[in-house]
Design a protein around this ligand. Structure first.
Ligand SMILES: NC(=[NH2+])NCCC[C@H](N)C(=O)O
Ligand SMILES: [Mn+2]
Ligand SMILES: [Mn+2]
Length: 309
């Protein structure tokens, strides 16, 4: 039994299009609370967070979309995540777009540092979200949270100062990459982030790549934050996202990742991001995300005793 808290983060300002504000309610409608309870967990839905007022958020760059709104969410969620990271329940953040992870990742990094636990991040995404204010060409700030959390320069507007505890890029693994921008690619190459694109998954298989990372987390006695972007998954089966890229993780790959994460026992916080229910087909993406979350929290086809391998 795990104590789980759900916190909605209905932000869509990071995307440049409408719809992600409906994400938290779509997860509730798709039965997230009921599925987790059916697995024996104690679940508390804390409702939705609210952004702070961040009208002071300013930069020299004029092409950034909704910086003040994104900064307001970053500050609020950073504080929420830091508080929840000190508690004994496992938080699931219901997005909302991926800009929300600027707050949740840095908040959990700060809480882990207080407890002297090495902090690791698994970023399941078609994109690296490793742009800075200087490199983003779209101006969509959901393309920036991982660069921010890793302490790349120029982000002071988000938290009205530097990131208190930047994530060590050596402790970050991106899995599922298939869309990286030009300057973002250089930033990623110059960083110590482990980045596995779809070719690596095709050649080596998703399981060994993930196992190697989980072994490192375990060896370091670390805590693991997982950030699951809907576009990690193949768009044919997960259409409800504004930034679909063909060639994503299959149904079985995605579930297998979740099953391995469950077996590892290492996950201490989770973001579910980028679900845009306005783009969904009869709720199938919301239901798939709920099912994947259920796999991460122990749903399995056969239990170990019954499985003959
Ligand atoms: N969280 C996401 N879906 N991010 C997509 C980012 C796309 C592109 N790299 C950009 O910065 O505009
Ligand atoms: Mn993303
Ligand atoms: Mn993405």
């Amino acid at each position: 039994m795990t104590k789980i808290v759900l916190l909605g983060a209905p932000i869509e300002a990071g995307t440049g299009r409408r719809g992600c504000v409906m994400g938290p309610d779509a997860y509730r409608t798709a039965g997230l609370v009921e599925e987790l309870r059916a697995l024996g967990h104690e679940v508390t839905d804390m409702g939705d967070a609210e952004p702070e007022d961040a009208r002071d958020a300013k930069t020299e760059f004029t092409h950034l979309k909704e910086l003040e709104v994104v900064a307001g969410w970053t500050r609020a969620l950073h504080a929420d995540a830091k508080r929840l990271g000190r508690g004994d329940a496992l938080p699931i953040y219901l997005g909302g777009d991926h800009a929300l992870s600027a707050g949740t990742v840095t908040g959990h990094a700060a809480a882990a540092a207080e407890q002297d636990r090495p902090f690791f991040v698994l970023w399941l995404d078609a994109h690296a979200d490793f742009n800075t204010f200087a490199t983003t060409t779209s101006g969509n700030l959901h393309g920036t949270p991982l660069a921010f959390a890793c302490g790349l320069p120029g982000f002071d507007a988000y938290l009205n100062g530097p990131v208190p505890v930047p994530v060590n890029p050596e402790n970050v693994c991106i899995l599922g990459l298939r869309s990286v921008d030009g300057d973002e690619r250089r930033l990623l190459q110059d960083s110590a982030v482990t980045a596995h694109d779809m070719r690596a998954i095709d050649e080596l298989g998703i399981v060994p790549l993930l196992r190697a990372f989980l072994d490192r987390v375990r060896a370091a006695k670390g805590v693991l934050h997982v950030s699951l972007d809907v576009d990690f998954i193949e768009p044919d089966i997960a259409p409800a996202v504004g930034t679909t890229v063909p060639g994503g993780a299959t149904f079985r790959e995605a579930h297998h990742v979740m099953e391995l994460l469950h077996d590892s026992g290492l996950v201490t916080s989770l973001d579910l991001v980028e679900l845009n229910p306005f783009l969904d087909v009869k709720g199938r993406t919301a239901r798939l995300m709920v099912d994947l979350t259920a796999s991460l929290f122990g749903r399995r086809i056969l239990d170990r005793a019954t499985r003959s391998y």
